[in-house]
Design a protein around this ligand. Structure first.
Ligand SMILES: [Zn+2]
Length: 308
């Protein structure tokens, strides 16, 4: 399949083709005795993921685990559909996200407020999953991949309060979700992902420090793909967060409203990203996944909550 890329160590990257785009949302299959899918992509991605799994020899009764780094719809929107296709799979998620997978009504209502008419096209509808099939993770947890291989979960809030990173005991791969930002493999750009309502700078920096301390061999971004240069990229993640927060603070101190703050931060960060300097087509990915309006709104929201 042209949307499946082997990454070594029985790990396969699957382009889940959010809204028909290529190279925006990645899921990963870890093959072995107990095959595990990391991230489902959106609801409309579910048939794409099923085809990819079947091309890798994983049939309806073979998938042991589905785990999501967090419950945003580009990562977990397909959980209900995938749970339906694979009736033996256990669904694993942080405890702060578990109830939303069992009953997505509140999550879908708030997504509708944010995305409006674009919701259906971009994400589709998260279907509910039988609560009995959901295993909720605490601060840490373990997923059995078979043959002594495990995926260890590490609570990593900051981008979202229900976010976990996942470390593979066999490969040293760390699935970073959105906690380290959005990476564009075409240009090597990295941008922060700081959406409302959960973004918190100190908490997010703490999660990046935790990722560094885990000493992963490789980072697997949900947006998008593998990165071997672990330390420089995690340092860049922290630097990006600080720069966006500092600029947003300046805009706020100057009394700019949200629209003007977004325009200012967009302009003053533009030069940092090769994709934007070049007017590259891949820049569209940033706007969808870590757009300046969403990032600045998330930082503003956090600043509003800090007692002064
Ligand atoms: Zn995401």
């Amino acid at each position: 399949m042209d949307n499946v890329t082997p990454l070594g160590g029985d790990v396969y990257e699957i382009d889940t083709r959010m809204a028909g785009y290529s190279g925006i949302t990645a899921g990963y299959l870890i093959l072995g005795d107990r095959p595990c899918l990391v991230e489902t992509g959106t609801s409309t991605s579910a048939p794409v993921v099923r085809d990819a799994l079947s091309s890798l020899g994983v049939g309806p009764d073979d998938l042991a685990t589905v785990v999501v780094t967090h419950i945003h719809l580009d990562h977990a929107g397909g959980v209900g559909d995938i749970a339906g296709y694979y009736p033996s799979a256990e669904i694993v998620v942080h405890e702060k996200g578990a109830r939303h997978l069992a009953d997505p009504s509140r999550l879908m209502a708030s997504a509708k407020m944010v995305w409006g008419d674009k919701l259906d096209v971009l994400f589709g509808t998260l279907a509910p999953t039988d609560a009995a099939r959901i295993r909720a993770l605490g601060d840490t947890g373990t997923i059995d991949l078979g043959n002594g291989r495990t995926l260890a979960s590490h609570y990593s809030p900051g981008h979202a309060k229900h976010h976990v990173g996942l470390l593979d005991s066999h490969t040293g791969d760390l699935y970073v979700g959105d906690a380290a930002g959005v990476y564009l493999p075409e240009t090597g750009d990295l941008r922060p992902a700081t959406p409302p309502p959960d973004f918190d700078l100190d908490v997010a920096l703490g999660s990046i420090a935790l990722f560094t301390a885990l000493q992963p061999q490789r980072l697997l971004f949900s947006h998008y793909g593998p990165v071997d240069d672990v330390s420089p990229i995690l340092e860049r993640s922290a630097e990006e967060l600080r720069i966006w927060v500092d600029l947003t603070k300046q805009a706020r101190a100057e009394g700019l409203d949200l629209d003007h703050a977004v325009a200012m931060v967009r302009e003053r960060t533009r030069e940092r990203y090769a994709a934007l300097r070049a007017g590259d087509a891949t820049a569209e990915q940033f706007e969808l996944l870590s757009g300046a309006p969403s990032n600045v709104a998330g930082i503003m929201h956090w600043l509003d909550l800090i007692p002064r």
